[in-house]
Design a protein around this ligand. Structure first.
Ligand code: SF4
Ligand code: SF4
Length: 269
């Protein structure tokens, strides 16, 4: 199958209205929220450090480092705090996997415009209007309406998206020339990479996560512990050399995994 040629009216165009950045807390689908409430507060290796209702956009550690630098350029306090961590019983360190901005609206939003729009912003900034991709199996029938958050730019785009996955993927690749579809697919890949790397670290006994402790006790230990970013820990623990970490992040930034996945899928149809 090849990419369809779509008229411009059927292609997404972000008007930079800023609406998706003006409310960055509580954007989680209800079924994800129920799972998080049950599992994410101490029953899994990665522990949520922020109450469910306060959770905002996640920033991976390398994204958070960039945002911390840009907040000075943009003259804002981005209130970037650790949001998910492993408490490692081997080293007694808190390994920070993600950060988030402790704010209702994104602090970088000024006069309804993103003040760092020209930068390589976080995946979560660049994947909207997608909430999820058709590649993610959430155990329910694929419905195109469930893939997107609320965005005025979708009005003319959504009706033309095919219902079947085999046609949908090629259509989405053609209908989102801003790259948001590719960014959303790459974001899925980063989530999978993070989860599988945590499992591999545990299997190799490089990490021994604290789990099933009373949450308040665990949170206190994490708050008081020496902290290290996840990807820095991978290098410091000898799990991967620095050059490999840099290559990995470059690969994430260039969406190389997403490009491959989308192309392979389209060619297989
Ligand atoms: S993605 Fe949609 S809601 Fe967000 S700024 Fe663009 S047009 Fe507005
Ligand atoms: S950094 Fe920019 S694009 Fe990302 S959430 Fe903030 S205002 Fe929106």
């Amino acid at each position: 199958m090849s990419l369809p040629i779509l008229p411009s009216g059927q292609k997404f165009s972000c008007c930079q209205c800023g609406s998706c950045c003006s409310k960055i807390r509580g954007m989680m689908p209800a079924e994800d929220a129920a799972f998080m409430k049950e599992m994410a507060y101490g029953k899994m290796p990665l522990v949520q450090l922020i109450p469910l209702e306060k959770i905002s956009f996640p920033l991976y550690d390398w994204e958070a480092k960039r945002f911390m630098g840009w907040q000075h350029d943009a003259n804002v306090d981005a209130k970037i705090r650790p949001s998910r961590a492993i408490f490692d019983l081997n080293t007694n360190k808190a390994i920070i996997a993600t950060y988030s901005m402790d704010s209702d609206a994104c602090p970088f939003l000024k006069n309804s415009k993103c003040s760092i729009y020209d930068k390589k912003r976080a995946y979560i900034c660049r994947l909207f209007p997608f909430n999820r991709t058709p590649f993610l199996d959430v155990g329910e029938r694929l419905r195109k309406e469930n893939l997107f958050g609320t965005c005025g730019g979708m009005k003319s785009v959504l009706p033309h998206i095919p219902e079947s996955k085999s046609k949908m993927i090629a259509h989405l690749q053609a209908a989102f020339p801003d790259g948001s579809f590719e960014n959303a697919v790459q974001h899925d890949i980063v989530i999978e990479w993070l989860n599988s790397t945590v499992v591999d670290l545990m299997r190799k006994k490089i990490v021994r996560p604290a789990m099933n402790y009373p949450y308040e006790f665990l949170l206190k230990r994490i708050n008081n512990a020496e902290k290290i970013d996840f990807t820095d820990f991978l290098v410091g623990s000898g799990y991967m050399p620095l050059e490999e970490k840099d290559r990995l992040i470059e690969g994430f930034d260039s969406n190389s995994g997403a490009k491959r996945k989308i192309t392979e899928f389209i060619e297989s149809c």
